[in-house]
Design a protein around this ligand. Structure first.
Ligand code: HMG
Ligand code: MG
Length: 302
């Protein structure tokens, strides 16, 4: 086992978390959340997405949110850009990184971004070129690497195929997403191993939704392969509007509790992170989905 001694978390709560909210979340709340997350030591924050406001109205305030953030040195702010239209809207807001997002499943690609896998790659290609020319980093998200809400189980070869396409167009780093949280440790390891055919371990992250309660186990299984980058969502917020019933990403607080308990460094202050989770949970009027945060909050109350 080559369990890493240090892990980097990309906080996706403001984007993946809030894109699926039924209620409107004011831009000011999103901005305050980003500030609390960076205060807690998160150095990578996925802030918003530049997608169609007809498809995802929750992210229509993308430029306002990006403009409202008091940027902290050493923090990388990323945004989703599925096509050139999204990139051109995002660029003036000065993201440090853009994320193109494809799927290992054809049906999910159609439902989520309205095109086939092959077409999506052609849309991403100029985005990657333009982003690099502007000095931005480029990450690729790969959805449905274990299971798809429309096609069922996804074979690792299809993950390898998508990873190869991402690599060909110059994507620096890919996230292996279990979009609907159906994965279990061995299946997730197979999806990671398929990705390792094209990307080295330093350029792969795990992105696990916790719908079936497997995300922490899948995180541990990924650590065992040496994966040291993960996307997580404060308070376990989120889900994808095009994956019905899928709940949020694994809670950042739970992952930090796991990692610190194993002696793995994250640079994150768990107490401050819990404050960030409490802030957004209170703003949304519901209890956090993080078991660790709820336990530690109860302890604070004595
Ligand atoms: P399309 O219909 O194929 O695009 O949508 P189009 O180029 O044909 O344009 C149609 C209309 O969309 C036009 O507007 C364009 O202006 C507009 P109209 O003339 O009808 O008024 N449009 C845009 N508007 C704003 N920003 C843009 C943009 N592009 C076109 N970038 C598109 C393609 C991708 C835009 C659409 O399908 C879409 O917005 N989908 C939403 C995708 C999304 O946000 N999904 C959730 C995020 S992915 C996710 O959560 C998974 C992840 O977490 C990993 C995991 O867990 O699996 C990353
Ligand atoms: Mg996701």
């Amino acid at each position: 086992m080559n369990i890493p001694s240090r892990v980097k978390l990309v906080e996706v709560g403001p984007r993946d978390g809030l894109q699926n909210e039924k209620q409107a979340v004011p831009a000011a709340v999103k901005i305050a959340l980003v500030h609390l997350l960076q205060d807690a030591g998160l150095t990578e924050i996925e802030v918003t997405s530049f997608v169609s406001p007809k498809w995802v109205p929750q992210m229509a305030d993308n430029a306002e949110v990006m403009a409202g953030i008091a940027r902290q040195a050493g923090v990388r702010y990323s945004v989703l850009t599925p096509n050139m239209q999204g990139f051109l809207a995002a660029a003036p807001t000065r993201p440090d990184e853009v994320v193109v997002f494809g799927a290992a499943s054809e049906a999910f690609s159609q439902k989520n971004i309205n095109c086939s896998i092959a077409e999506s790659i052609e849309r991403f290609r100029p985005v990657v070129l333009a982003a690099k020319a502007a000095g931005m980093a480029v990450r690729g998200a790969m959805s449905c690497t274990v299971g798809c809400p429309y096609e069922g189980e996804i074979a690792p070869q299809r993950v390898a195929y998508l990873a190869g396409l991402m690599k060909d167009i110059g994507v620096d780093h890919v996230g292996v997403a279990d979009t609907i949280g159906v994965g279990t440790p061995r299946k997730v390891q197979r999806a990671l191993e398929a990705t390792l055919q094209h990307y080295d371990i330093d350029h792969i992250s795990g992105h696990y939704h916790d719908t079936y309660g497997q995300a922490l186990a899948n995180t541990l299984a990924s650590l065992e392969l040496g994966v040291w980058n993960f996307d997580t969502s404060v308070a376990g917020l989120g889900g994808c509007p095009y994956a019905k019933g899928a709940t949020g990403n694994v809670a950042t607080e739970d992952v930090v509790y796991l990692l610190h308990g194993m002696g793995i460094e994250t640079g994150i202050d768990l107490d401050k992170l819990i404050d960030a989770g409490k802030f957004i949970s209170d703003a949304l009027g519901r209890k956090s989905l993080s078991r660790a945060a709820n336990a530690l909050l109860a302890k604070r109350l004595g």
